[in-house]
Design a protein around this ligand. Structure first.
Ligand code: SF4
Length: 1002
């Protein structure tokens, strides 16, 4: 029965008021394309057979997304091997083993726990004992696993592009006459490894005239410079988002790409969980000013769009408004006045933070405002300043000048891809070609490898020993899970070669470094060896946290520059949520994870405001040329609701010619117009259509569900799929969420089961969920979900078992956004089960909507009957095609699969199982432990485990002690499409917002 029929049968019910939520501009216009996504379970051409080209490109994705790797490499690293022939008391063949390690990304490091199966890493999760992950992992950390098995990784040492060997490289190094290091330069990313730091110190001692340059394309350079400006010393800043009642983000996407560990989301979401009435008082209020519509902006109570260059003036005006409230009726002035009042009222619970795109002065102003407010929401630690290390954009500019000027005889690049990531005006690739001895250690034969004399394959972080320091100083040991599959080495191992060290293996280098840091017998009489073992076990090194300091801002040092005069179009550069700075470009899991806001896959775009789209008459996919001087970039545009006017935002990390089979030439290289003097945003661009059109794969309408507001005749009645209300409304009426939909008295024609005993269910708190996508990638990794490629996504064939629906609410120019994760709802009255002619999908006694894959004959009736559109049909032999690829390279095999989950073949339906393999694992553990009853305690789904916001609860809904049962009792708990009487086991907790009444009313 459709919703329209239900509505017609209940004409007396009162209209339910509430905001209207929309997914896309096409939905607002009710275009035929949008209607198709709503009315069909698959788009019209979904069943079309592939032509040769599509098939070939799909095969490429398959090969890389499932991973092809050498069978011989499927072993633990040498130092940890234990011959199975002798047996091991603690080793059970087939059982997974977990090890701690650490994932580093730019300036950030977060602890992980890696599951291995028979010596191969198969899943990454957050380490609960590590302060930067607190048990969660980001989408990028989850997806980093796929990189281990990427067949495109470098496999051999190259000398002038020709195959060479490590031995020949070592011989060549011995032949270098480095003297006092006058012509010697090192280039690395931010060094977060204490062992590498010590080797660096050794190198600079051995070659006193050498220089070491650190460069990250996405770095905290402005933050560090801002701290020096404000405090007169290098200081690391640690916002305590959980202690703040009122937060202002100055262009800081701390819930998204600007903070690549789970920590900020963990802290921020603490105040978004409501378990009691008292918790209503602690919900924080978030204000965001920004140009692009970021994930943080999507979670804000109030958001003011402006060009990136205007944020400095905003910060100055806000600082002034704290003492003299501004008068004026325009939106900006009202915003500043209300914000200043709110921050002052919050006092020590106020927090102002600035993002990495903003110049040092904005960071310094944020520190000054926090100090003025007496904010106790930021802690500071003394930053480690490393002597004789040049870092940042100016440093690489100087280095490139020296390279071009012939002052660099030997350049050693330790990781990274500066020929792609360095500012365009530096022409780093051309300068590199002028260096006589250039050595590049990199994971891929990429843009930098092509210009360097020597290219050395770099080992993946799960293949080699190392260590990494998180921003609060805590160090974790990077344990490898597997021998380097392609024979790569790490940066510390290459440094050991260069220094001709006694220790050459990563294990010896790291262990001996730490042994040298510990006294033979530590305070509590634990030997060095035990300290090492404890560090490996815990995933953190005790006693490494940096000590807090209390610096004060010297206001006399702050001299904001005059406001930028708007001149042409401003172009802003942001990290990509999927490829980061390009290092994940060849990762099919990330390429196919929809951008949290745009919902695009397999590309980046030039994002423009709806006003610019209207003015220019541009639609999504229209190609434009962005030009300034001799800089030029052609890219497809996309109209982004909520984007600042006269501004364009483009994500970095795309358009790489040498990314690998998956990522080569995907998207547009924003780096072509990013220069050293306009590194984050740049005014004065001209924009013009080229007349060409690109096809964009956008998933924002996929899975659109039928709801009454889509039907013109009953437009005023809204039964929102995603629900939210304000704290004030909720206090007045605790049934506000429930009453957003009228559920008629419904009686099923089927006899109702008594759901007794162990019954599984899930509750997702929309108030806590930030929409970060980590759960989507975790689900993909856990459940062997294939990536299918752009062409297949365009046909609606993406396979994600868990999708993120993003809704807008409000005007097209300035909406808010709400995110909603959608797994299978495991309905009690499952409409999919009734229509399956072969009973391939049936209900388990514990309430799971099971799929028997080998029964399924692929009629797709179930998908047709699923109101939530969470069933995915294997139109193609995703896995068989992978096996075909194996025949081409017979020595390779897939190692990334989770062996506990069936690998599905063509012609069957698949969907979320509530991670039934984890349930079974826990059940078996109960038996083997001789415990009497399996209560369901301790079962954690993959999405739940990784969620940095702790937004997902799962367990036995009949156990009143379980979190999920308690959440489901809350009055803001609701079932989506409850009016269909399908009785979903997955329910949602309505989002509670905390808007400022002064701004909400205006
Ligand atoms: S539910 Fe998913 S999208 Fe939402 S915060 Fe958790 S991991 Fe991120």
């Amino acid at each position: 029965m459709s919703l329209v029929q239900i509505k017609t049968q209940n004409p007396t019910q009162q209209p339910v008021t509430g905001p209207e939520y929309w997914r896309s501009l096409d939905q607002l216009a009710d275009t035929p394309e949008f209607r198709q996504w709503v009315q069909r379970e698959f788009p019209e051409d979904a069943s079309v057979v592939l032509d040769g080209n599509s098939r070939r490109s799909m095969l490429k994705i398959m090969a890389a997304s499932f991973g092809l790797a050498g069978l011989a490499a499927c072993s633990r690293p040498e130092v940890r091997l234990a011959p199975q022939a002798r047996g091991r008391y603690d080793y059970i063949p087939g059982a997974p083993y977990n090890y701690t390690s650490v994932f580093s990304l730019g300036d950030h490091a977060s602890g992980v726990i890696v599951q291995t199966n028979e010596g191969r890493p198969s899943k990454i999760e957050g380490n609960p004992d590590h302060p930067a992950s607190m048990g969660a992992a980001t989408a990028l950390a989850q997806a980093s696993l796929l990189g281990v098995y990427d067949p495109d990784r470098s496999k051999t040492v190259l000398d002038g592009g020709k195959e060479s060997s490590w031995e020949k490289f070592e011989a060549a190094v011995k032949g270098l006459s480095l003297g006092d290091g006058s012509g010697l330069r090192f280039l690395s990313g931010t060094v977060v490894s204490p062992t590498l730091e010590s080797l660096r110190a050794d190198a600079l001692k051995k070659w006193p005239k050498a220089k070491w340059v650190e460069y990250e394309s996405l770095s905290r350079e402005n933050e560090r410079n801002g701290a020096v400006l404000a405090f007169g010393q290098a200081v690391d800043v640690h916002p305590q988002f959980d202690k703040a009642k009122v937060i202002l983000s100055l262009d800081y996407d701390f819930l998204g790409t600007d903070y690549p560990t789970p920590l900020a989301t963990k802290l921020f979401s603490k105040n978004r969980h409501v378990d009691s009435e008292a918790d209503l008082e602690k919900i924080s209020r978030l204000y965001v000013v920004e140009s692009q519509f970021s994930l943080t902006g999507a979670n804000a109570e109030h958001r003011l769009r402006m060009q990136g260059g205007d944020v400095q003036k905003f910060a100055v005006d806000l600082a002034a408004a704290l003492s003299a409230p501004p008068a004026g009726g325009d939106k900006r002035t009202k915003f500043i006045a209300a914000l200043a009042k709110d921050l002052k009222a919050a006092g020590k619970e106020a927090l102002v933070v600035a993002g990495p795109r903003q110049p040092a002065i904005v960071h310094a102003l944020a520190h000054q405002i926090n100090q003025t407010l007496g904010a106790g929401t930021v802690t500071y630690t003394k930053a480690s300043t490393t002597d004789r290390v040049d870092s940042g954009v100016d440093a690489i500019k100087t280095l490139t000048g020296e390279m071009t000027g012939g002052q660099v005889a030997t350049l050693i690049i330790l990781g990274g891809n500066p020929a792609y990531t360095a500012p365009a005006d530096l022409q780093f690739g051309a300068a590199l070609a002028k260096v006589a001895n250039s050595i590049h250690l990199g994971a891929y034969d990429d843009e930098t490898a092509a210009a360097a004399k020597w290219h050395l394959p770099e080992a993946h972080y799960l293949e080699t020993w190392g260590d990494a320091r998180s921003i609060d100083g805590v160090v974790a040991i990077q344990q490898p899970m597997i021998e380097p599959i392609f024979g790569g080495k790490s940066a510390i191992e290459v440094m050991a070669v260069l220094l001709d060290s006694k220790d050459r293996k990563g294990y010896d280098l790291v262990k001996n470094y730490w042994a040298s840091q510990w006294p033979a017998t530590s305070k509590d009489n634990v030997s060095r060896d035990n300290a090492w073992k404890k560090a490996l076990n815990d995933g953190v090194l005790a006693g490494t946290k940096a000590a807090e300091i209390k610096p004060t801002v010297d206001g006399k040092r702050l001299h904001p520059s005059p406001a930028v005069v708007a001149n042409g179009i401003e172009v802003g550069f942001v990290p990509s949520a999927t490829t980061w700075d390009g290092r994940f470009a060849n990762n099919a899991w990330m390429q196919e994870a929809p951008d949290p806001i745009t919902k695009l896959v397999w590309t980046n775009v030039a994002l423009i405001s709806p006003a610019m789209g209207r003015e220019k008459g541009w639609k999504d996919g229209d190609m434009v040329a962005l030009t300034r001087g001799n800089l030029k970039l052609e890219a497809a545009v996309m109209v982004q609701p909520g984007h600042a006017d006269n501004a364009v935002t483009i994500a970095l990390g795309y358009g790489r010619p040498r990314a690998g089979t998956v990522g080569a030439n995907v998207g547009y290289n924003a780096g072509l117009i990013r220069t050293s003097d306009n590194f984050w945003f740049s005014q004065g661009f001209a924009i013009a259509a080229t007349g060409d059109k690109a096809i964009l794969a956008n998933t924002q309408e996929h899975g659109s569900m039928e709801e009454p507001q889509l039907v013109a005749s009953i437009k005023p009645r809204y039964r929102p799929l995603v629900r939210e209300t304000t704290i004030e409304e909720y206090k007045k009426n605790s049934k506000a969420i429930e009453e957003m939909s009228e559920v008629p008295e419904l009686d099923s024609v089927y006899p109702q089961l008594k759901w007794e005993g162990l019954q599984w269910g899930m509750a997702i708190d929309l108030g806590a969920c930030t929409g970060c996508n980590a759960c989507v990638v975790a689900c993909q990794a856990e459940n062997n979900v294939p990536s299918v490629g752009k062409d297949q996504v365009l046909r609606g064939r993406e396979m994600h078992w868990l999708r993120m629906d993003r809704y807008y609410v409000g005007s097209v120019d300035d909406p808010r956004a709400v995110e909603q994760p959608i797994p299978c709802m495991q309905c009690e009255n499952a409409p999919c089960e009734n229509v399956c002619p072969v009973q391939a999908t049936t209900h388990s006694p514990e309430g799971l909507n099971d799929m028997a894959y080998n029964r399924c004959v692929g009629t797709r009736y179930c998908a047709n009957n699923c109101p939530f559109k969470v069933r995915h049909f294997n139109f193609l032999d995703w896995h068989k095609n992978f096996l075909e690829r194996r025949r081409i390279e017979p020595e390779l095999m897939s190692m990334v699969y989770n062996p506990d989950v069936t690998v599905r073949m063509r012609g069957i339906m698949e969907k979320c199982t509530y991670c039934v393999q984890r349930i079974q694992e826990a059940r078996i553990a109960t038996k083997t432990d001789n415990r009497r009853e399996f209560t369901g305690e301790g079962v954690v789904t993959a999405c739940q485990q990784t969620c940095p916001a702790d937004a997902i609860a799962f367990g036995n809904i009949n156990d009143p002690r379980s979190k999920v049962a308690q959440l489901k009792k809350q009055e803001r708990n609701y079932a989506m499409l409850a009016e269909l009487d399908v009785r979903p086991r997955t329910t949602y907790l309505g989002r509670l917002r905390n808007p400022n009444p002064e701004l909400e009313a205006s």
